[in-house]
Write a protein that binds this ligand. Sequence first.
Ligand code: ACO
Length: 398
Amino acid sequence: MLTPAGEDADATWDTVRRGAGTAAAHDPALAGLPVDFSCRVPLGRDALDRRVGRTAWRMARNAVLAVLAAREAVHDAGLDARTWNGDRVAVVIGCGLGADAVREEQAGRLAERGADLVSALTIPQIIPNMAAGEVSIDLGARGPGLAPATACASGATAVAVARDLLVSGRCDVAVAGATEAAVTPLTVAGFWRAGALSRRTDAPAGASRPFAADRDGFVMAEGAGVLVLERAADAAARGARARALLVGCGSTSDAHHPTAPAPDGRGAEAALRAALADAGLAPHDVDHVNAHGTSTPVNDAGESALIARVLPHRPSVTAPKGVLGHGLGAAGAVEAALTVLTLQHGTVPPVANLDAPAPGFDIDCVTGKPRRQDVRVAVSHSFGFGGHNVVLALARAC
Ligand SMILES: CC(=O)SCCNC(=O)CCNC(=O)[C@H](O)C(C)(C)COP(=O)(O)OP(=O)(O)OC[C@H]1O[C@@H](n2cnc3c(N)ncnc32)[C@H](O)[C@@H]1OP(=O)(O)O
């Protein structure tokens, strides 16, 4: 993972576990906009490029983040891209928006300086599948390649699709996740005009406050999260120690509205129930919920009602966007990885900027400090514009 909380999985986990917001004021890319704060990966382009190496010149930032996250995940899995059978390795890397910084910069060049000065790299950088393409090139992964786009659920969709590729026998290893680097003037202006962003310019680190009574929108963020999935028998056969088990996936559509979740939460509830049914689990088996928790008034109201309705035994709830902001397409993959770490470490990170859930939200949010908990089964929620709902059910590996 590369996130605003750290340049790898360990650093991200450490920061998320401490529960402090990472948003910073006066993002230079957003100068002059009504909302000019964001959550950024703490590495500039030069540092990222040095890590990627000689191919970095041709990549947009979202692809760079994906390549580095994928390398970390493959190394963590104990696999070696130089020796594996790449024909049997799938790459599924989603995004919500893609390389929007490139699109905006090159559109400006076209308008100001004409077509001759538009970069020849424009199209290879802005097509939404190029992060998946660069990861497959970097890893020599020649199996199925896909780039799911379900807005803010893209990362979770990627993990679910990768699971299906493994189950159907189309690959033996799946490198799955998502990337986003779209903190740009146009995307921020667009989300701001829609009314989705927090306007707390005076206190950015406290602006993302999932489930708080005074939440007022999400905070734009960037990052990438990648996981390596294998069939359990294959992992065991090579002596690998799984960090966690992906036991169920559920995907539904609200079929209701472009941006607003269905007020009764039935689409999200159906995704949760589908993930549990897929896993052969009952609602009372769920010990922990990684909530989508965007910090928008409507999401958090609907999601807390959904959790209270379907999981009335009050599993612990966390919402990493309080720390990380909203990494849009990347969020579902980053949060799946954080849920894996929660299962592995038996520790639930607190929701940043939250003393107690808003009145009427009958859920057990972890607040203040991390909570030690023997988590056997967790679900991770991801919802996206377009009414996409994806829930992943994960279980402790042993
Ligand atoms: C981001 C994710 O993770 S998505 C999954 C989780 N879900 C969430 O977090 C919830 C996200 N959605 C939301 O919060 C809401 O749907 C919002 C804030 C984006 C939009 O709220 P709504 O009540 O649907 O829209 P609203 O009616 O306020 O319209 C927003 C703006 O668009 C304008 N607008 C709406 N419809 C139209 C239209 N057909 N043509 C032109 N402008 C329009 C409105 O006039 C308004 O602009 P204004 O403030 O200048 O008047």
